[in-house]
Design a protein around this ligand. Structure first.
Ligand code: FAD
Length: 434
């Protein structure tokens, strides 16, 4: 008999909770990765950069398992339930180990796989790995989940002990990897994709921590860590990051990692917020949803330089600076009165670090409909944001080649003052009708 460890969004061997427990069980462990067609079939771009990233990481893991552990990586492509039905026929599986995933569709997938395994007398064991505190670990004194960040953060910090961020030393039990000859790796083409040409950020985040609090809001400085892609796919461990933040006393940066836990928790407790407004009355807003304006926003041609620079950075690199994400999101939902879901979907297609919980959280925050959101009457002024955070127009000129050419760079698509008044009117009407 053997144990299967199922890699999902935790693509690393070191400090991986479920892999550690699988190896520790003493039974031989064969690692598995499934290219999940339920997820892949929804992607429109055959050269989707995230698939290339995952593919490269899978290749690395496979090589590592073969060269260091005389094991390999079992790689399958299909619907998870079908893959598991086949695996049950081919292997004598004792149990399956994996790490928790908190997204509504992932929870459904895991429940279905668990039932199938149980029917075949195979146990399914799942562990906390992608966050520090999950599910019911941080609740208000009355037992309800927090929906405001600051008290959530206070409780999170009060509860944090080294126990919660110590590494899981998989190395200690590495002799328990299942010994096998190298297994097959399908090509990217065989799973229906092409190689992307985008660059991926590296994992060196330590150098930005010292000045993070002073510099993080200035997009031209690019002084944030760029670890979001690695956190999304688990090529870095959250415990390692929190441990570094604590050692370096990087409180502000630690605060950002806590936002990530907070949004996981919100999605877990309020799965409706992935699709609907967290505050239901905001679903009464009469969005204008003008398609031409939406296209201008997507292409970075609104005539508002900070918005346009951000959208072009996103289109070209798959990344956008956090300050600018707030500005473009607020502009789309409040200035253009386009449903935040349109913007959320566009980000989901383009962001390398796309994370359902943080993306929905960020969008609903900007639109005013989310937990702890900016109040609806506080409307970012994109020109003021520019003066404050890119006053030398460095970021703007980096992304908008024609910025200084009045014949080429478009005039503002809406007048700020008019858009602001329209937004206040429409939001007020919606909130009065609740
Ligand atoms: P750093 O500033 O170095 O922060 C370190 C880490 O903390 C990040 O990698 C991230 O994991 C976490 N973090 C930072 N800010 C936030 C935040 N506001 N909410 C939650 N976690 C945070 N982040 C995503 O990872 N995926 C998304 O799809 C995503 N969509 C967003 C959409 C909008 C409209 C907004 C306003 C924000 C969104 N964010 C998202 C949050 C944030 O913009 C990114 O995490 C950050 O820009 C990533 O860059 P970094 O790794 O250099 O961050």
């Amino acid at each position: 008999p053997l144990v299967i460890f199922w890699f999902r969004r935790d693509l690393r061997i070191a400090d991986n909770t479920a892999l550690y427990h699988a190896l520790k069980s003493g039974v031989q462990v064969l690692p598995l990765f499934i290219f999940d067609s339920d997820i892949l079939d929804k992607l429109h771009n055959p050269a989707d950069a995230r698939v290339t990233f995952i593919y490269q990481e899978i290749e690395k893991l496979k090589t590592q398992l073969e060269e260091k552990h005389h094991s390999s990586l079992l790689i399958k492509h299909g619907k998870p339930n079908d893959v598991w039905a086949n695996l049950l026929k081919s292997y004598n599986i004792k149990s399956v180990y994996c790490n928790h995933d908190y997204e509504p569709e992932a929870i459904e997938r895991d429940e279905a796989v668990k039932q199938l395994l149980h029917k075949n007398f195979v146990s399914f064991l799942s562990f906390k790995d992608q966050c520090i505190f999950e599910k019911e670990e941080i609740l208000k004194d009355d037992g309800e989940p927090y929906v405001v960040f600051t008290p959530y953060k206070r409780k999170w910090l009060a509860k944090l002990k080294p126990f919660y961020y110590k590494a899981y030393p998989t190395k200690k039990y590495e002799q328990h990897f299942y010994k096998t000859k190298a297994l097959n790796l399908p090509s990217l083409k065989q799973i229906g994709f092409e190689k992307s040409t985008l660059d991926f950020p590296n994992q060196h985040y330590q150098s930005v921590l010292r000045d993070y609090a002073q510099k993080r809001d200035y997009p031209a400085l690019d002084a944030t860590s760029h670890i979001s892609l690695h956190l999304r796919f688990g090529t870095l461990s959250i415990r390692e990051l929190v441990s570094t933040a604590v050692q370096e006393k990087s409180e502000v940066w630690l605060g950002e990692l806590i936002w990530r836990d907070f949004y996981f928790s919100i999605l877990y407790h309020y799965p409706h917020s992935a699709k609907d407004a967290f505050r239901k009355e905001y679903d009464h807003i009469k969005w204008r949803n003008n398609e031409k304006e939406f296209e201008a926003w997507c292409a970075g041609k609104t005539g508002y330089p900070m918005v346009d620079a951000g959208m072009r950075q996103l289109n070209e690199t798959g990344f956008m600076h956090n300050r600018v994400r707030m500005v473009v999101a607020s502009f789309l939902s409040k200035h253009l009165l386009i449903d935040w879901r349109w913007g959320e979907r566009y980000f989901a297609e383009k962001l390398l670090d796309y994370e359902l919980s943080s993306n929905v959280g960020g969008w609903q925050w900007a639109a005013g409909s989310g937990v702890d959101a900016a109040p609806y009457f506080r409307i970012f002024n994109p020109e003021e944001q520019l003066k404050k955070f890119d006053k030398n127009l460095e970021y703007v000129r980096r992304w908008i080649a024609e910025y200084d050419d009045p014949f080429k760079y478009p005039k503002p698509i809406v007048d700020h003052k008019e858009a602001r008044e329209r937004c206040l009117r429409v939001y007020k009407e919606a909130l009065a009708s609740k």
